[in-house]
Design a protein around this ligand. Sequence first.
Ligand code: FES
Ligand code: MG
Length: 595
Amino acid sequence: DFGNRDYDLTYPIASTSGLRQGLTSYGDAHFSLFLRKVFIKALGYSEDALSRPIVGIINTFSGFNPCHANVPQLIEAAKRGVHLDGGLAVEFPTISVHESFSHPTSMFLRNLMSMDTEEMIKAQPLDACIMIGGCDKTVPAQLMGGISANKPVLPLITGPMLPGSHRGQRLGACTDCRNNWAAFRAGDVDVEEIAEINEELAPTIGTCGVMGTASTMACITVALGMMPLKGASAPAVSSARLRLAEETGANAVAVAKAQRKPQDLLSKESFLNAITVLQAIGGSTNAVVHLLAIANRHPTVQGTITLQTIEEIGKRTPLLVDLKPSGDNYMNDFHNAGGMLALLLVLRPLLHLSARTISGETLGEILDAASSKRVYRDSRIIRSLSEPLYPSSSLAVLHGNLAPNGAVIKASASKYRHLLSHTGPAVVFENSADLARRIDDPGLPVTKDSVLVLKGIGPIGNPGMPESGMIPIPRKLAAAGVKDMLRLSDGRMSGTAGGTIILHISPEAALAESPFGIVQTGDMIICDLDSRRLHLDIPDMTLEARISQRRARLEGEDGPIRARQQRRGYRGLYERSVNQAHQGTDFDFLTARGP
Ligand code: FES
Ligand code: MG
């Protein structure tokens, strides 16, 4: 009630309308509403239109983002859904982040995108918001921002691309980008053929067509209860995808009316379900970082979901979905095999069925309703609990003196399993530039039993924690037929990559207290997956002495720590505020409880 009934009668904006939110900008709420209407009317809206629930639609289209190339069509379909159900759809932009066109790395921009998303949802007069995105960092950024903004939000995913074809073989970005590049490096594929392959790896728009980070986050968004079941896998170029957009528009009107907010909807159980799905799909290691960041935006969930939770759920969850990089198939196969509905029905005994969803029903109610009909499942792509692809722990968490705060490995993507329990001498690269300079040096003292160590690619060390953790096999070994080696870093790797690769070592080498920072070439490293142990085999006293020597250098007058404190701009903010991988690499001031 704005104290002037005559004005309200003349301009019957519904008391629920988003246009009434935050009406303090001009001192007097009545005048603020009047001014707001002046400007929205410039767009030609009628009083009737403005009296409806207002559904914002986030437009993340960009000419630099093929994963989001269908966003204009999705907006059109989502608007149709909003309008058919009596709402008013209003689109607005936020930044668009594509994996390949985001220097130094897309992860550097994830937190910026989450701030853009949070602040624009908060700032604008909307009753609910559809967040359209798909590429790897977008969905996490939008979930982080949406949870922090805590207005009703509905993720709408752009969807995966279709696979391509090369000389009778199916291909898909980007597991096959890596396989084929490795074959080219080893001399098995010539320059003409690799150019042909280049044209087929991403043959349509949409997100990467394997179980990389984008697909993983799409499945997780369903498991969190934030999206309809088909929302994870319908191809970007399919009519099903457009119908999902229309359905999301209609859902948004209902969610706006019910004011179903993410902080009320999501619970610890929602996140436990998401982790169960993450393990069962053989999801991306990146999703571990994103899930921790998303959970830590939620005021009551923060701190209850840790690397230990991921490890514990992994131990009782088999890998069921046969998709690259852990298996052999593509996202459209998963879709045609029954998708998330079929998977959740198999996983049912492991799920928390009382978790709420955006529809207003619990997950259990949705699965009950679905299972009353006949649900198709292709058991070659989506296995049963008794015939898994991998018995448990597709993602495992390691600890030890090298990684006191943990490290992550996608054990299911290791095809040379003897390397999962391996002891060998370290060959150390201090940073990415050092790696680029020496990895193919014929004189590099490396054998197939060496452990390749790359430092300086953690959240701070190479801001954004780039996906350089899949250290290439040195050319001389690749040419001799070596396909995999034990590799360690404080960085990430693409969700589409495979190999015996330990990632996210925390604390990262850029921090003065990091034991990982003091590893030297020739030190023996012990990795034992069974005991989840990652150990540097040197005496404790040596380890401590090396840390204190290094600390003096890092913290000195010309050292990198001083330089970070003085750095300007977003990079300065990033380096001073980002937390470690085991916390989600969010900015400390953005987590639910702040720094
Ligand atoms: Fe966008 Fe892979 S590059 S999802
Ligand atoms: Mg990726």
